[in-house]
Ligand binder design. Sequence first.
Ligand code: AP5
Length: 217
Amino acid sequence: MRIVFFGPPGAGKGTQAKLLAERHDLAHISTGRLLRKAIRAKTPTGLEAKAYIDGGQLVPGCLVRALAEEAVAEAYFDRFILDGYPRTVEQARWLMTFLEAYKAPLDAVVNLQVPAEALVVRLSGRRVNKATGENYHVEHNPPPADVDPALIVQRPDDRPAAIRRRLQVYRDETCPVLSYFQRFNLVRDVDSNAPISKVASRMEAMLASISQSWALA
Ligand code: AP5
């Protein structure tokens, strides 16, 4: 099972990928999370990526490509969800070529659909545990009472100017990736404008339909 989670910032890719990965024992590969880990570790990649991320811009593709390909190889080219990669048509081509070389074709590109107004609410209310990277939302998914409130922070790129920039970058540079994948008949739309548990049920149904199409193939 090789899946890409696609959608605008705040669509719930990280939230749903984590749930699905836990339930089905899949590797959850989030390039955003890998980059933030590199920033915390002050690696050369992290040091270069930080200003791009905080400003809501895409990190140069070559940096992200190396992180994504390494993580896919660590998952032995199977049973993974790629969350946040690819984000440009160039990255999509790299991914297809890379997976083809290892005879590990994608099964689906899951397109999480959420209206723009809801995205802003989700992003501006998001909080993260700076120790674990766990995501929360002030209203929809508050941090548990036993988590030290000092660990709960807002991501620098969840401030209003960076949110606006990220949504613009998504429209300009990432949206065309969907048309690219449509050519390969890989795109599965999932209405993700619903509570987290409801979207999770839709994800389960989507996964079941992919498995069923395998069985029929
Ligand atoms: P990344 O961390 O991937 O950010 P993103 O794609 O902008 O996505 P988000 O993490 O903001 O949102 P999400 O869709 O995962 O939503 P979430 O589940 O958290 O990337 C960060 C940066 O890294 C990029 O801007 C870029 O600079 C760089 N980068 C990463 N990959 C790159 C690449 N391939 N190329 C170049 N640069 C790259 O949910 C959001 C909030 O909503 C949470 O608070 C959550 O609790 C809440 N929520 C989730 N679902 C629901 C729901 N159904 N109802 C109500 N609330 C919900």
